[in-house]
Design a protein around this ligand. Structure first.
Ligand SMILES: Nc1nc2c(c(=O)[nH]1)N[C@H]1C(S)=C(S)[C@@H](COP(=O)(O)O)O[C@H]1N2
Ligand SMILES: [Mo]
Length: 415
């Protein structure tokens, strides 16, 4: 039995398997502001809430009681509104199952695939956050110095599968009446803070360029009207069958299936309908796609690419005989219709089975049996195709290394 699968604690009187854990990072007040999910080590399709990843870009806000909360909707509308939690819950609800993936998930693999000789990142790395915090602090003290950003901060573990319940944003926008000049909905959270340019430098892996420092801001994003009117774009108050937790944006967050996590604005307090794209920091400075910081062509990161990740076997030694190649696949523009696997480093491919159920915005599980008798080194790969015929990978190298969807070989040695 592989090490990761051995027996763990005794749970309620029965020996249990080793339990997967969230790896958390806390602020000075002890609040969790960052957490990596063990989603790739789990079974099924829905990541338990307590094992879902967490990202807060600004300061973690104080929780607010739903009775003291309201959402204002203003701007290019016929009838501005202020909705209480109760008003919102009096509207028809909708449940959406979707993958939330941070734009920076697996970013290190971009560098790995590009630079030969670079250390391979670990998808199942359980390194302590306090160690990482120390490395980050060291970088922070060296602000201004020209230094290598080549440090091994784990970038994997920022994706989870969840079930979200709320009301379609479209239904709320119907209540207020969009004016024809509406272009974007600026969604604002009640969390505030000063964005640290270090995050942009870290994300780029270099610091020889200037990053705007906007000072104290609220987290906000300007969602284009077309995506805002997709019925699966919802204002969610529930997650995995329970009321939304504070760290995930309670009382109400935006859920934007297919688009990277940064669009899923947490702790919502305001929707402002705009007649132009707003100049949000997390849309024009951070979470942008361009091939270099100086490139005049900068697009906000939107839909995720097409991605598959092998969860078994893991890198290392394997016995001869029967094995199963398994993993998860998902995409930013809808359902996965095909997954292929290779055991010869991509020289030949064969079709994997996509396991049921298959849902448009959620990941699917794939399976391919593999019988191997010949000892030696094997390079196992998977690649997915979505319902629009988009084949993995879709996302080119970009300087902030966002939306990684590349094909990462798993190297095994059959003994
Ligand atoms: N208000 C607010 N919303 C936010 C953020 C934030 O810092 N503030 N972080 C975003 C980012 S970058 C991600 S990846 C997701 C993470 O959602 P989760 O913590 O529920 O997994 O929330 C997004 N929504
Ligand atoms: Mo993110």
């Amino acid at each position: 039995m592989a090490k990761h699968d051995t027996e763990g604690e005794w749970i309620k009187g029965w020996p249990d398997r080793k339990r997967a854990m969230l790896v958390e990072g806390k602020d000075q007040q002890g609040r969790t502001i960052l957490a990596r999910s063990p989603a790739l080590e789990l079974e099924g399709l829905i990541t338990p809430t307590d094992l879902s990843y967490i990202v807060a870009q600004l300061d973690m806000p104080e929780p607010i009681h739903p009775d003291d909360w309201s959402l204002s909707i203003s701007g290019e509308v016929e009838k501005p509104l202020e909705l209480s939690f109760r008003d919102l819950r009096n509207l028809p609800s909708r449940t959406v199952r979707a993958v939330t993936e941070c734009a920076g998930n697996d970013a290190e693999f971009f560098s790995y695939l590009r630079d030969e000789g670079r250390r391979k990142p670990e998808r199942f790395d359980e390194r302590d956050f306090s160690e990482i915090a120390k490395e980050l602090a060291k970088l922070g003290q060296n602000k201004g110095a020209s230094m290598s950003m080549d440090i091994a901060i784990p970038t994997s573990g920022y994706a989870s599968g969840g079930e979200f319940t709320g009301v379609s944003l479209r239904d709320v926008l119907k209540e207020v009446g969009l004016k024809p000049e509406a272009v974007a909905i600026r969604a604002q959270g009640f969390d505030t803070g000063k964005p640290d340019p270090m995050l942009v430098y870290l994300s780029a892996g270099r610091r020889d360029f200037k990053v705007e420092e906007p000072g104290l801001i609220n987290y906000d994003k300007g969602l284009p009207v077309k995506k805002a009117l997709d019925p699966d774009t919802i204002l969610a108050w529930a997650h995995n069958g329970e009321m939304l937790q504070h760290v995930h944006g309670a009382p109400v967050r935006l859920v934007v299936p297919g688009w990277s996590g940064n669009w899923w604005v947490k702790w919502l307090e305001k929707l402002e309908v705009m007649n132009r794209m707003p100049d949000c920091y997390y849309q024009t400075q951070y979470f942008v796609m361009a091939d270099s910081p100086d490139s005049p062509k900068r697009e906000p990161c939107t839909a995720l690419g097409v991605k598959s990740v092998i969860t078994t076997p893991r890198e290392g030694e394997l016995t001869r005989g029967k094995h199963a190649i398994r993993g998860l696949a998902w995409g930013g523009e809808g359902g996965i219709v095909r997954v292929e696997v290779s055991t010869d480093g991509g020289a030949s491919w064969r079709e994997a089975t996509i396991e049921e159920p298959r849902e448009k915005w959620l990941w699917v599980r794939f399976y391919a049996p593999w019988e191997v008798e010949q000892p030696g080194r094997y390079s196992i790969m998977a690649r997915a195709t979505d319902e629009h015929g988009r084949l993995q990978p879709q996302i080119p190298w970009n300087f902030q290394r966002k939306h990684f969807d590349g094909i990462v070989p798993v190297e095994v040695e059959v003994k």
